[in-house]
Ligand binder design. Structure first.
Ligand SMILES: [Zn+2]
Ligand SMILES: [Zn+2]
Ligand SMILES: [Zn+2]
Ligand SMILES: [Zn+2]
Length: 348
């Protein structure tokens, strides 16, 4: 893991192919091309350092806004797209993160893949130094700085585990944890809901989740020991005679008949809207499985993996923009940086 100290100049140019998440549209009746009012929150190691203005009713916002910020022992830059909601909290749309150690100390013109959807175009310039260890005497100063900054910034954090993007969520209806199956009690921000696949868990449970988020782009295949589960459920429409809760998102299956779908094998019950987001983990008790995983010493993957493209499908064809990435990245298979994955392992 490397640390960056110095000044960062960031230009947020534009984003493409944004899409409201399933989570933000799950109560909407009319699906389809919903437009959003996006803004970008920029953070360094989970502390917000900048925020763009909001663009209205678009999935292809153009900002061209510049930010300069001092970075002390920075490890990762995070970019999160939010929809500026009329009634707070704002909806998560997509995010990405870029470790400082992957950025050259000069101008970087980058297209970065967002998860679960979209790409963002940024220009990044770093002036300063990168070191293996954080300089000791600066650690203390840095902490004070962070506290000061935090006081002003109201911001929702994204907690990433196995591709799930959990955010503390105010639950409006009785909800059960999709990991331990217990009821989620509490009055404020009690649940952690994945903004991509809509599953809800306790805060205390979110780090134990073993299934990979179905909305995640990461294949996760070549990184270290990881348990793969791939047993699909066999869902069919079901009539429930008593109130039944969705085993995925934890809320009630509503209606008089055909309220949801049940798996013929493991008997879990889900909303029709939730079916596509259920992991292929038929027959696996998530709580017990999480315990087994812990016992054999594996931990869920909380790394955030960046994926930077050299080419935007839309832009390159028109020849308007090119992305002069460092040489290393260009040589192999187009749009993924091959060495990025192995390096991020060190962070854990
Ligand atoms: Zn998820
Ligand atoms: Zn739980
Ligand atoms: Zn559901
Ligand atoms: Zn099943």
């Amino acid at each position: 893991m490397k640390f960056f100290n110095g000044s960062m100049t960031l230009k947020i140019c534009e984003a493409h192919d944004l899409k409201p998440t399933d989570c933000s549209t799950r109560h909407q009746i009319a699906k389809g091309a919903l437009l959003i009012d996006p803004y970008i929150s920029v953070d360094v190691d989970d502390n917000e350092v900048a925020r763009t203005t909001t663009k209205t009713k678009t999935l292809t916002p153009v900002w061209n806004e510049n930010f300069v910020t001092e970075v002390h022992n920075g490890r990762t830059i995070g970019l999160t797209v939010f929809h500026d909601a009329a009634i707070p909290p704002d909806d998560f749309v997509a995010n990405c993160s870029i470790p400082f150690e992957e950025i050259k100390e000069k101008t970087n013109d980058l297209w970065v893949d967002l998860e679960p959807n979209g790409q963002i175009h940024i220009v990044l310039e770093l002036q300063g130094s990168t070191s293996e260890e954080p300089p000791k005497e600066r650690v203390f100063k840095e902490k004070e700085g962070l506290l000061n900054r935090r006081r002003g910034a109201m911001r929702r954090r994204v907690h990433q585990v196995n591709g799930h993007k959990f955010m503390a969520t105010l639950l409006r209806q009785p909800t059960f944890c999709s990991l331990c199956r217990d009821f989620i009690w509490g009055l404020w921000n009690q649940g952690y809901q994945c903004q991509v696949c809509t599953c809800v868990v306790h805060k205390r449970c979110h780090k134990s989740i073993v299934t990979k988020c179905p909305g995640s782009k990461e294949d996760g295949s070549e990184e270290g020991p990881r348990v793969k589960i791939n047993v699909p459920h066999r869902f069919s429409v079901h009539n429930y005679k008593r109130p039944t809760f969705c085993d995925h998102c934890g809320s009630l299956l509503y209606g008089i008949v055909k309220q949801g779908e049940q798996c013929g094998d493991c008997k879990i019950n889900v909303h029709k809207r939730c079916k596509k987001n259920v992991a292929n983990s038929c027959g696996i008790n998530p709580k017990e499985f999480a315990k087994v995983i812990r016992d054999i010493g594996l931990t869920p993957d909380t790394r955030k993996k960046p994926s930077i493209s050299t080419d935007s499908p839309n832009k390159d064809k028109q020849g308007r923009l090119t992305s002069p990435l460092p040489d290393l990245e260009k040589k192999k298979n187009g749009n993924k940086i091959p060495y990025m994955r192995s390096h991020t392992v060190a962070s854990m």
